[in-house]
Design a binder for this molecule. Structure first.
Ligand code: PHE
Length: 487
């Protein structure tokens, strides 16, 4: 297994013709690696808190619809492009475009992915550093018996200290970059093989705790009972953006992983397995967190600190809570680790090829860049929390708010999840659905006529149309046009 994953280490790999390029040994290895990329902070940290911010059930339903109708078909498309191109995302797109007589500017799609990966990792690492900082606190029993208020203040004191955030951010990036530099082989596949199932088991343990809170049904109904009056255009955009984020789509991560996939493994089955596991983890996280929120009269819309304020409460009040709590945050760090590696992998493969540098050099340089960029996020929770931007369009119908009091972190998150990833996904769908020769896509996907037809409809019409509508709506374009036309 390790040999197959070591393909990601090989600096010359991207230059070899596809026949001799190293590959994952089986679909299972690919599914594990892609699941490692997909399951991360997005599922356990982000999904519950944005669900809380956008009011629950309706948001979850739209998110699930986006996973099924946009996420899975685009994931298939992205893996397919990666396998066909067998290079870094920029070169892959240029190569494929050239092969079928389209403009080489499709390389820009790869470029946008490289940049999105940098930007996402810059804040992802800071959030992962919160999880890391919780490990020693959990192990020391800091949360034992604390009430909601006291747990809250542990969190606040952590994020208000730039020094400790910077220290953990440095450590997390160091961990990420050392794996990337040495190649993903160094035990990472083992980490994915053993730790992911363990994380899953732990989530199941926590579900039992949540059932005992007496507010389990309230939590479930919050998650699964849609109240459409609570959903805004921004909520719909965020649900769609999150579908891309959580499946690691639209920025080339899955494309690079796909570039190592052997020729005859089924892309459809792999995509569906990854999407199912990813969704299951997110829903489990939600089913754990909301009962705790309601049992302790907390605020579902508490924002990015939500899991850091709720889970310690649970651990602080359960048998062996110190043990389970420590284990949980360790596993969360691992889940974040396997995702962050894939966030930077497109940039690494691209810079190695473009600047003819070694993997180590590429990792060190990108690490330094991401570290500096991460400071924006670090400071947006303390020193610079007052520096915010707002953006709105005034129309005949009143103000159309796009961003409100956004800190640097909010802005980065909005820009990447809500704009760059859906845009990248849209371009992938258009390329795979409309421009790629059907003979190739049929050959790559290798599914029967019926499923090929379904995939084509989703990737050619449903996904692009949905992305465009949601996008234009949320960007205020619709409100703007309506106000000009007076309708
Ligand atoms: N999917 C990861 C998560 O949910 C984040 C990620 C996004 C990873 C984009 C790679 C690319 O945490």
């Amino acid at each position: 297994m390790s040999d197959s994953v070591s393909s990601l280490n090989d600096p010359s790999a991207s230059g070899k013709p596809s026949a001799t390029r190293e590959q994952w040994s089986s679909r299972l290895v690919f599914v594990l690696a892609a699941t490692g990329s997909a399951v991360g902070l997005g599922n356990i940290w982000k999904f519950p808190y944005i669900t809380g911010e956008f009011g629950g059930g309706a948001f979850v339903l739209i998110y699930l619809m986006c996973i099924a109708s946009i996420g899975i078909p685009i994931m298939m498309a992205e893996i397919m492009l990666g396998r066909r191109g067998r290079h870094d995302p920029v070169t892959t797109m240029k190569k494929l475009a050239k092969e079928s007589g389209h403009s080489r500017s499709w390389g820009l799609l790869g470029w946008m992915g490289v940049i999105a990966g940098f930007l996402i990792l810059s804040y992802y690492s800071v959030i992962a550093s919160w999880a890391m900082a919780y490990v020693p606190r959990m192990a020391a029993g800091t949360f034992s018996g604390l009430d909601a208020q006291a747990v809250n203040s542990v969190f606040s004191s952590l994020v208000s200290s730039p020094e400790s955030l910077i220290a953990w951010h440095t450590l997390f990036l160091f961990m990420t970059m050392s794996v990337v530099a040495r190649g993903v082989r160094s035990g990472l596949e083992k980490a994915v093989t053993y730790l992911m199932p363990l994380l899953f088991v732990l989530l199941v343990v926590l579900i039992f705790y949540a059932m005992g809170t007496g507010h389990f049904w309230q939590g479930l109904s919050y998650l699964f009972n849609p109240d459409f009056s609570k959903i805004s255009t921004e909520g719909i955009l965020s649900a769609m953006g999150h579908a891309f984020f959580t499946l690691s789509l639209g920025m080339g991560a899955i494309m690079v992983y796909g570039s190592y996939l052997p020729d005859h493994t089924s892309i459809a089955k792999a995509s569906i397995s990854v999407a199912l596991m990813d969704t299951l983890v997110a829903l489990l996280a939600g089913m754990i967190i909301f009962p705790i929120v309601f049992a302790n009269s907390l605020e579902p819309g508490a924002g990015p600190g939500l899991i850091f304020k709720t889970l310690p409460l649970a651990f602080g009040h359960m048998n062996y809570g110190t043990f389970f709590g420590t284990l949980f945050f360790v596993l969360l760090v691992f889940a974040a680790w396997t995702s962050s590696i894939s966030l930077i992998e497109p940039a690494i493969t691209w810079s190695m090829k473009t600047f003819q540098i070694s993997r180590i050099r590429a990792a060190v340089t990108s690490g330094i860049l991401v570290w500096f960029m991460g400071l924006f996020t670090v400071f947006s929770f303390n020193l610079a929390s007052e520096f915010t931007i707002s953006s709105a369009i005034s129309t005949k119908y009143g103000e159309f708010v796009i961003l409100k009091d956004a800190t640097a972190f909010d802005f980065l998150d909005y820009l990447t999840s809500n704009i760059m990833l859906p845009l990248g996904g849209l371009m992938i769908a258009i390329y795979a659905g409309w421009l790629m020769n059907k003979m190739y896509s049929r050959d790559e996907l290798n599914i029967n006529r019926f499923w090929y037809f379904i995939w084509s409809v989703l990737v050619r019409y449903v996904a692009p149309v949905m992305v465009i509508i949601v996008f234009f709506n949320a960007m205020g374009v619709v409100a703007f046009v309506r106000s000009i036309m007076g309708v």
